[in-house]
Design a protein around this ligand. Structure first.
Ligand code: NAD
Length: 357
């Protein structure tokens, strides 16, 4: 049976990987992407799907009520996956306003449009789902022990994570107040193809490919859990197919690494794939830490594994190898971004003492 998926933010990193995964793995899926194409949105990420019978792209802002409502009216989605967001912590330090606008107001507009649509679309009620795609960063920072789980208290520490936390609260409230079948997923750090070069893994890979310095914040010992993006895409689809409305699912790779371990892994892969006169690790430089930098995130994804049968398939060594290979073979994609939108300068220095960056 035909099912229409509305994917907001589908021209970004996770969104575009999700679109490719969905079209490839679900033959009944028709996909509509709604994306305003901010600096992070890139139509090139979806170029292979141009003209595809089961794919449509709409350029538009999730904060724009008329646009959002008309997309619901025209395409009548069975599933909404909300990935449209301002997503970079460092940018949220320099300019929190855009984060409040898109991540909170935009999610509100989508929920309102979904509520109006759901109330009046009786025949498709049973299958309708609104998946709010969120992050483990809403839980704040962990000490050396313990894991985030669905019942962990929210304690966001950056404007980014605070705006995502607000959106989660709205999505949950729309379930309890209006019966809208919302589901929240809180995922750990993703990596893979098409990630915008401001984030750690592509930034380090691209700098290392050019022999430029590899900036590592603080002592490099901040810990994150890493999940290959395709595994996240499958988790989101699983949540939309088998998840229980009103529930939250934590999604993670059970793969904790310090930032310096990540950088070292990239360097070692590049030593084999694109050797230079000396090893890439020599390019590492420790720089002033990010203000409010959470020390450790780690996630317990037992619930989605046990209740929905999801499990990540890509081991870190394989995923990071594939990612480094992808950046090596997509230099033009990278160059077009760095020439027009982002020159790999340091961001998020607004809250630092003068001269600290
Ligand atoms: N990247 C991660 O590691 C990670 C981990 C967990 C959760 N998430 C969440 O997943 C989602 C996607 O993250 P990402 O890394 O792909 O982000 P991204 O920055 O790569 O992509 C965001 C996309 O949203 C679009 N967008 C931004 N504002 C918009 C607006 N007002 N209207 C319509 N489109 C808009 C952009 O053009 C872009 O295509 C975000 O909600 C993020 O919080 C990300």
């Amino acid at each position: 049976m035909r099912r229409t998926f509305l994917i907001t933010g589908g021209a970004g990193f996770i969104g575009s990987n999700l679109v490719h995964h969905l079209v490839a793995t679900r033959q009944e899926a028709h996909v509509v992407v709604l994306d305003s194409l901010t600096y992070a949105g890139n139509l090139e990420n979806l170029a292979e799907l141009e003209g595809h019978a089961r794919f449509r792209f709409v350029q538009g802002d999730i904060c724009d009520r008329a646009t959002v409502r008309s997309v619901f009216e025209q395409y009548c989605p069975d599933v909404v996956l909300n990935l449209a967001a301002e997503s970079h912590v460092d940018r949220s330090i320099d300019g929190p306003g855009a984060f409040v606008h898109t991540n909170i107001v935009g999610t509100f507009e989508l929920l309102e449009a979904a509520r109006a649509f759901y109330r009046t679309t009786v025949d498709r009620k049973n299958g309708f789902r609104f998946i709010q795609v969120s992050t483990d960063e809403v839980y704040g920072s962990l000490g050396p022990e313990g894991l985030f789980e669905e019942t962990t208290r929210y304690a966001p520490s950056s404007p980014y994570s605070a705006s995502k936390a607000s959106a989660d609260h709205l999505a949950r409230a729309y379930y309890h107040t209006y019966g809208l079948p919302t589901i929240i997923t809180n995922c750990s750090n993703n990596y893979g193809p098409y990630q915008f070069p401001e984030k750690l893994i592509p930034l380090v890979t691209l700098n290392a490919m050019e022999g430029a310095t590899l900036p590592v914040y603080g002592d490099g010992k901040n810990v994150r859990d890493w999940l290959y993006v395709d595994d996240h895409a499958e988790a989101l689809l699983t949540a939309s197919e088998k998840g229980i409305p009103g529930e939250t699912y934590c999604v993670g790779g059970n793969n904790e690494r310090t930032n310096i371990e990540i950088v070292t892994a990239i360097c070692r892969n590049l030593d084999e794939l694109a050797p230079r006169a000396s090893v890439h690790e020599e390019l590492i430089r420790f720089v002033a830490d990010r203000p409010g930098h959470d020390r450790r995130y780690a996630i317990d994804s037992d619930k989605i594994r046990r209740d929905l049968g999801w499990t990540p398939k890509t081991a870190f060594d394989e995923g990071i190898r594939r990612t480094v290979e992808w950046y090596l073979s997509h230099r033009e994609w990278c160059e077009r971004i760095t020439q027009s939108r982002y020159r790999r300068e340091r961001l998020g220095t607004e809250a630092m003492p003068a001269g600290a960056s």
